[in-house]
Design a protein around this ligand. Structure first.
Ligand code: GLA
Length: 779
């Protein structure tokens, strides 16, 4: 709801209030952002009160001698009028670098406006636009606020219009700025690199400037655009937290400045790094949408609101809010070394296990036998696949599965027909030798002819076979940036605009396809991509233990239904860690489950474990993809992680309990949930898991009737065919009954862990990296 009383605007969502004021100098101030307020007669309560200016400050104008912009809470800021914090708008024209934007009028309308060439939230919202103008420079600045009431989200953007007669250069235009009072904030953001994306960092801020940004050309695995400000004493489920994200896939910039007056400035938008956009008379420039969300229910509170908003207003097309298929991807099973018969064999085994989608990854096109060649040539390699893609899709379909395909259309290898024909399409600085990444160069998507080539070559393949899923990859950062056609300061943004045009055309042309974006894993996981691609491959690291951190971080910002998570081989190809099969399943089950290993190499017991897992996932898929996700314990802080999902009606849910290292003399483990119905009785049942005989090493002789060599071939053979439970012919699945309040208050005590002194069927053998899933439902 948006209300306006004289010079104040109040934006209300279900649980939050945002108050803006046009002040006596005609600037727009942030007055309040926090829990929903009931407002009295007037807004005097929230107004900053000043009688005298601070010493050594610059007074904005003579008629308001107590006001200096440096100590006001502002919704935008410029250079040159006494605000010495980071400006949100920098424009250069013939006269100066400084501007003074003052209020001219406002309007309120239904819906959120669509930006041109940039993705926007779909459906819903109510919008306030505050129009500002710089009378001297003849430039207009609009501050746009779209209120998504039910989701507790406010989306913001800004636009500049050149009303003058000369060209101006936009050097910085933030999508949003707000200044709030300090609450002892810490900055929580996601950092990482290849195979280690989305690690959570939480740092307490003092006076100074904190920047979270990307300069790689995409939103990057270095610093995701999502971040939170967490007030002092806020934890996972309690206290004030503010969340921010950007609907943009290129270089981004988030800045938090704590100043000397205890004000915290937050900005978010396109990175001003190497950015300069020329604006001719009557042209306008729009910044990408930023989204803001506040909760007083801790960091989980913000994540839940963001997830809902993303599921409802970002992800679109027929796959939005739909259950996603379980897939097998052949990458870690074969890499590029596959033949038709190997693929047929994988398909048969996948289908037998109940897998629903087969994805053929890199290596099916051009002369692609390794990563030095072929990228750019989107033509089937008939040497490898003599019967082509249509036959493969047919076989997948005959096996009851959909067929999906990998592309990396933004790239080119020097050793490719595309490069030989169009070397000028690859990004490089004239006369310089370009630096390669993974032996490849990036095509300049700022060029219309490159966009058209990608659209037509990808379309030709999609038209040639029954392809129902596409994995769209992008495997390197940008270097040697240079635009042959446009101003250099426009290079990065034009790339992203070009990319969005390609997506716009392809996703409209093939609306039924399920799209998964990937950039060497999560190197371009952002809300811009999710506007076109419903899923994202979270990381090339499929090691379950590492994935706990990666998926915990990713799920702070993005819903489980957008996270691709696969069970792979042990030892893991990325870290060589050995992890139990059930843990590999349990981690991958919190998201869009997939498999990425050679099914032929699975032992009998591992095949049975996977079959059990798939049946279980199918039974609870909706909960695991769309349930409300809470992190109850984190590996970083607690040494073990507990995840919980809860259904909309709070009548059923799932816990994932993930151990880090095994403990000596372990104490009692508890299950603590949140938001379960206090007075309802729930039954909790552990998902059935079995224990690998080899877990016990030499101790196996304590239960075996005959002495065996634990490292010998006999134990090896038996362990592939029988689990401990199978051998003992005894198994027990933990079951607990309790009222919801017992869960909410951490009163559920689990069966004991293995403690080195004895074993019966009640002992939970977790060891290193062990885990359990607990399903609960009202009885
Ligand atoms: C990237 C992706 C992988 C795989 C390879 C293929 O690394 O993240 O999942 O598709 O490319 O080359």
């Amino acid at each position: 709801m948006i209300t306006n009383k004289e010079n104040v605007f109040q934006l209300d969502t279900a649980h939050t209030t945002y108050i803006l004021r046009i002040d006596e100098t005609n600037h727009v101030r942030t007055e309040y952002f926090g829990p929903r307020l009931t407002v009295p007669e007037n807004y005097n309560f929230s107004k900053e009160k000043w009688s005298f200016a601070h010493g050594s400050s610059v007074i904005y104008d003579k008629s308001h001698p107590a006001l200096c912009l440096d100590n006001l809470s502002l919704e935008y800021s410029t250079l040159g009028k006494g605000d010495f914090r980071e400006p949100s708008v920098i424009i250069e024209d013939e006269m100066s670098l400084g501007n003074d934007f003052i209020f001219s009028n406002f309007d309120i309308s239904e819906g959120a406006p669509k930006l041109s060439g940039l993705p926007s939230p779909h459906t819903g919202g109510k919008t306030l636009v505050i129009h500002l103008t710089d009378l001297l420079a003849k430039v207009d600045l609009d501050l746009v606020y779209a209120v998504f009431e039910e989701d507790d989200v406010i989306a913001r953007t800004t636009r500049l219009t050149n009303d003058g007669d000369g060209v101006i250069a936009v050097k910085k235009l933030m999508s949003m700025q707000m200044d709030i009072l300090d609450q002892g904030f810490s900055l929580v953001n996601l950092y990482g690199g290849w195979a280690s994306e989305a690690h959570v960092i939480d740092k307490t801020m003092g006076p100074g400037i904190y920047v979270n940004d990307s300069k790689t050309g995409s939103s990057s695995n270095r610093h995701n655009p999502f971040f939170m400000l967490k007030a002092k004493h806020t934890d996972l489920n309690r206290g004030n937290a503010y969340g921010f994200n950007l609907i943009y896939s290129g270089n981004h910039y988030e800045m938090v400045e704590v100043n000397t007056y205890g004000k915290v400035r937050v900005q978010m938008g396109i990175n001003p790094f190497c950015f300069e956009w020329k604006l001719s008379p009557s042209e306008k420039f729009e910044a990408p949408w930023a989204i803001l969300s506040f909760s007083n229910k801790g960091t989980n509170g913000v994540s839940l609101q963001m997830h809902d908003f993303i599921n409802k207003h970002i992800i679109r097309g027929p796959w939005a809010l739909k259950d996603r298929p379980i897939l097998l991807n052949n990458w870690e099973a074969t890499y590029m070394d596959f033949t038709e018969s190997k693929l047929h064999d994988l398909m048969k085994r996948a289908s037998d296990l109940g897998i629903e989608l087969f994805v053929l990854d890199d290596g099916w096109f051009g002369k692609r036998t390794d990563d030095t060649k072929g990228l750019g040539d989107w033509i089937v390699n008939f040497k490898k696949l003599p019967h082509g893609l249509s036959k493969l899709a047919e076989i997948a379909n005959k096996n009851g599965m959909k067929f999906g395909l990998w592309f990396e259309p933004e790239m080119v290898n020097e050793n490719s027909d595309l490069y030989r024909t169009h070397p000028e399409w690859a990004i490089c600085v004239p006369k310089q030798i370009p630096s390669l990444g993974r032996n490849q160069m990036v095509l300049d998507l700022g060029l219309l002819e490159v966009q058209d080539y990608i659209i037509s070559s990808v379309s030709a393949i999609l038209d040639s076979a029954h392809i129902e899923y596409v994995k769209w990859d992008m495997n390197r950062h940008m270097s040697d940036f240079y635009s042959q056609r446009y101003n250099q300061g426009e290079f990065f943004h034009r790339y992203i605009l070009g990319l969005y045009r390609v997506f716009e055309v392809l996703t409209k042309k093939y609306p039924a396809i399920l799209w998964e974006s990937c950039s060497s894993g999560g190197n371009r996981n952002d809300l811009g991509m999710l506007c076109y691609m419903q899923q994202n491959w979270a990381s090339d690291d499929t090691d379950a233990f590492e994935r706990i951190q990666i998926q915990s971080g990713t799920a702070m910002a993005y819903p489980l239904s957008s996270i691709g998570a696969h069970l792979s081989a042990s030892p893991s190809h990325q870290v060589l860690r050995k992890t139990p099969i059930d843990t590999r399943f349990n981690v991958a089950a919190f998201g869009n489950l997939g498999f990425e290993l050679d099914l032929k190499k699975l032992s009998f017991v591992d095949t049975a474990a996977i079959r059990r897992g798939i049946d279980f996932y199918k039974e609870h898929r909706h909960l695991l993809q769309y349930g409300h996700f809470y992190q109850m314990k984190t590996m970083q802080e607690d040494g073990y992680a507990v995840w919980m999902v809860l259904s909309d009606d709070r009548k059923e849910g799932m816990f994932g309990y993930f151990q880090g290292l095994g403990k000596s003399n372990p104490s009692i483990d508890i299950l603590q949930g949140i938001n379960l119905i206090d007075i309802a009785v729930y039954r909790v049942t552990a998902r059935h898991q079995e224990t690998n005989l080899k877990t016990f090493g030499g101790l196996i002789n304590m239960v075996s009737p005959v002495k065996v060599n634990e490292d010998g071939r006999l134990v090896d053979f038996i362990s592939k065919h029988k689990t401990l439970e199978g051998l003992l012919k005894k198994s027990y699945d933990e079951t607990y009954d309790a009222f919801g309040d017992a869960f909410n208050n951490g009163a559920i005590k689990l069966e004991p862990q293995w403690a080195g002194t004895g074993f019966d069927e009640h002992v939970r053998v977790m060891a290193d990296f062990g885990s359990r899933m607990y399903y609960f439902k009202v009885k």
